[in-house]
Design a protein around this ligand. Sequence first.
Ligand code: G3P
Length: 489
Amino acid sequence: MSTGHVIAIDQGTTNTKAILVDMAGGIVAKASAPLKSTYPRPGWAEQSAVEIWASVQAVIADIMASGNYDISGLAIANQRETLVVWDAETGLPLTPAILWQCRRTAKVCDALIADGANPAVVEATGLSINALFPASKLGWVMENVPEARSFAEQGRLRAGTVDSWLLYRLTGGKTFATDHSNASRTQLFNTQRLQWDESLCDLFHVPLSALPDVRASNSRFGEVADGVTALPASVPILAMMGDSHAALYGHGVRAPGLVKATYGTGSSLMTLTPERVLSKHGLSATIAWSEQDQGVTYALEGNITVSAQAAAFAADMLGLPDAKALSELAETVEDSGGVTFVPALAGLGAPHWNDTVSGTISGMTLATTRAHLARATLEAIVLQIADVFNAMEQDIEGSLHGLLADGGASANDLLMQLQADLLNRPVTRSAQAEVGAIGVAAMALKNLASLPAPSHQSDTVFQPRQEAGTWRSKVTGDWRSLLGRLTAH
Ligand code: G3P
């Protein structure tokens, strides 16, 4: 039997992945299980909490079937802001998991903002009131699911993010806890005082008693119960973190100065801050992670609603098979020929936050070709990332050294080069596809071994090209002028 391994779970929205990591941080085995979402009404998004748990059981079983390993611990990175509500007596969910994408409480949130509630919420949590966060989602459950109120009165209601749910199942119902990074995304956690906030619970009409115990990200959260997974009983759960936070940690970021960007359907950018910085430029202040010996580390985050998805969308519009073909077409021209595309296909996220803007193409002439549109789409992806990057610099009142890229679309060389040219900073693409899982595994391994920071030897660095200055001024000018027109009231 080979000794000393950690299983790191990355429980995401479209699939659950697991990696088996040895004590030096090397990946020994991988497993993945798909997960489906349902959209029962316009704007709603749900998942079966039971299926989420089953997918975790499945990937653990696959890893354990792939060899004879001695497992020293388990680590969990998870989709954030998704709410699971369950009954402590039966361990069964009361409703489907309400996904982070679900907008069912958008009107409630608008009404709270109109009532003037936002400044106090931002002050307490670092987050502007939004349907994304579990606070209003739990308020919806309390109002619409009759058992929720009676179970809360009986002290048997449990409400948590996906990490809490999985921990509860893994420990056979023994531990009900979360970590600071996940708690900081609920909009119920006071990130200054580091505790659940009673006044926020009152504002959103949710019972504080139903919320989990909040612990450091590298806590010994509990032990796997006998018979619930393919693991032997007593394997400890040694780390839990939200996936975006785990990715930042997986990139090896331990101090302010660098930004991580995940190029997925949307994009999440995160950078560490020396203290809690409440954004004045459309970002959120969040807890990156917390460590038992070192306390809490703060970060700024910006979420772009439609990022690499814009390339899939444009490929479809242009009758191309996929985003790769779109990128090949974009490479056939030197620039977008004056075309600007704002991919506000589901409104605009950070740092603009405007739900009324829709996707817009501007600057077309008779000389415009499909290749120009393809190029404008790639430019739109990097322009949106640059807007968040610049907002971060404004919030920290300083300059950031570079960008660390991960996620599916970061494989695109042209996109990475355009990003470096636009930011005028180096962009480092992680060689590691599983950067979130690696991050949470590294957090867990801190409890077992003293690890060197992750190696970046095989990462690819894209340096900004000197000759890109003219292009940068032109596309930035066009982008700002179009955004200005679209957001003017
Ligand atoms: O904030 C939501 C985010 O954590 C979801 O991540 O990887 O499931 O798209 P992912």
